[in-house]
Design a protein around this ligand. Structure first.
Ligand code: NAD
Ligand code: MG
Length: 416
């Protein structure tokens, strides 16, 4: 497997995109995927620090009413929607409200607000492969990139981390587990974990809503059941991924790239309370954990202000209320997606992009009632087995592999 030689999620303070401290200009933030779960939590944190952050651009796919409400509150310079018809609607509404936000549409506009010269920080919170190009544009422009969109890194890990190293971008993980690991590692951890005495990363998983279910019980799971996560409130795609454990598989791949780790250095630990967000184990027997209430505003505030700390709106953890912390091994038989993700990162090349694309098609089909819950893993396994492995050294090859995997998955579903 190809590993980025010297890339980690760390960057020295003072890198481009550093945050403003009291008295300096406000930090300009673009929020890609502003109307989603991570996007709205980001705006909630920003709202708590008037004068420190300024919203430069907000984007949404189709939720124009939600974007209008956000534009009224945050008055960004630019707002982006997918299609021109929605953009025209928003333009008219903003004009009526006397606001001069420029409204744009299309994918190129997303890339432009990610790399605009005025922007310091980009929150990458689009869901799925659609986030890859704008997130990569922010990295290439050397921004501080707050990475929630794990699919972008899963698809293009090697290229992505090379671009971080080349541009001097500051990449900060927002996924709660990776943000926790980042906080548990030494501030400078380039050159592989072993060099810094780290023996293992312990990636915690809630186990989702069906933690102790058997494959037979899982066969009848409905989309609403799968989206009712016990501890976290999230978008529908990641909620399904959490229920199948594909989310943990994607996170395992994400951790390999962010922390220059080999897959066997990462142990997934099911921890139903979701209070420990992940851990790093050291050669001397120490295990350092990051704890907190399960609320994404903590990692978001951490990424926005790092290396400083700011209020996020999250309550302090009440250990007496938590009372106990449980741990168990993941069940690879009932939840094959974690095993498939391990297989994909071990194969390397375009395999993680194929895994991700097949999973996106499968989850959409499951949410539409066209595929069973257990069918998600079956479909991903089939597409992974059939697609030839290619080197992922060029973006075009990765995007083509993504496209072909989607085509194969749709054909398997009988869609085309
Ligand atoms: P969500 O579905 O709630 O929101 C997604 C956002 O992206 C919305 O603003 C939507 O309009 C936009 N979007 C959707 N499809 C798009 C497209 N094709 N083009 C442009 N924009 C599009 O998702 P979420 O739960 O906020 O998750 C966002 C990302 O963050 C995902 O990659 C997810 O894995 C990651 N993440 C989320 C959480 C969480 O707690 N929600 C935690 C960790 C990581
Ligand atoms: Mg996570």
């Amino acid at each position: 497997m190809v590993m980025a030689a010297s890339c980690t999620a760390s960057a020295a303070p003072g890198h481009k995109g550093a945050t403003a401290s009291a008295g300096s200009l406000p930090v300009n933030v673009t929020v890609l995927g502003a109307t989603g779960s991570i996007g709205t939590s980001t705006l909630d944190v920003i709202d708590r620090h008037p004068g420190r952050y300024r919203v430069y651009a907000l984007s949404a796919h189709r939720s124009r009413q939600a974007l209008l409400d956000q534009c009224r509150r945050h008055q960004p310079r630019v707002a982006v929607l997918e299609c021109e018809r929605d953009a025209a609607w928003l333009r008219e509404k903003l004009l009526e409200a006397g606001l001069d936000t420029e409204v744009r549409s299309g994918r190129e506009a997303l890339t432009e607000v990610a790399r605009a010269a005025e922007v310091d920080v980009v929150m990458a919170a689009i869901v799925g492969a659609a986030g890859l190009l704008p997130t990569l544009a922010a990295v290439e422009a050397g921004k501080r990139v707050l990475l929630a969109n794990k699919e972008a890194l899963v698809m293009s890990g090697g290229l992505f981390m090379e671009a971080v190293a080349r541009s001097g971008a500051t990449l900060l993980p927002i996924d709660s587990e990776h943000n926790a690991i980042f906080q548990c590692l030494p501030s400078e951890h380039r050159g592989g974990l072993a060099r810094h005495g780290v023996t293992q990363l312990l990636l915690t998983a809630s186990g989702g809503p069906f933690r102790d279910w058997t494959a037979d019980q899982l066969a009848t799971v409905t989309p609403d059941q799968a989206c009712a996560h016990p501890n976290w409130s999230m978008g529908r795609k990641i909620s399904v991924d959490s229920a199948t454990l594909m989310n943990k598989g994607l996170e395992l791949i994400e951790a390999c790239w962010l922390f220059d780790a080999r897959p066997e250095q990462i142990q997934v630990v099911v921890h139903p309370q979701s209070v420990i967000h992940s851990m790093a184990a050291y050669a001397d027997g120490s295990v350092i954990a990051q704890l907190g209430n399960p609320d994404m505003r903590t990692p978001i505030a951490h990424g926005l202000a790092w290396p400083e700390r700011i209020a996020s709106g999250v309550e302090a953890l009440d250990l007496f209320a938590v009372a106990r912390l449980d741990f168990q091994r993941p069940d690879d038989t009932a939840f094959p997606c974690l095993r498939l993700a391990r297989q994909a990162i071990a194969s390397g090349g375009t395999a993680p992009a194929v895994l991700n694309a097949a999973n996106e098609v499968a989850v959409e089909a499951f949410l539409d009632g066209r595929l069973s819950f257990n069918g998600i893993g079956e479909l991903v396994e089939r597409v992974l087995a059939d697609r030839p492995l290619e080197s992922a050294s060029e973006l075009e090859v990765i995007l083509a592999a993504d496209e072909r995997a989607r085509h194969d998955a749709r054909q398997w579903l009988g869609d085309s």
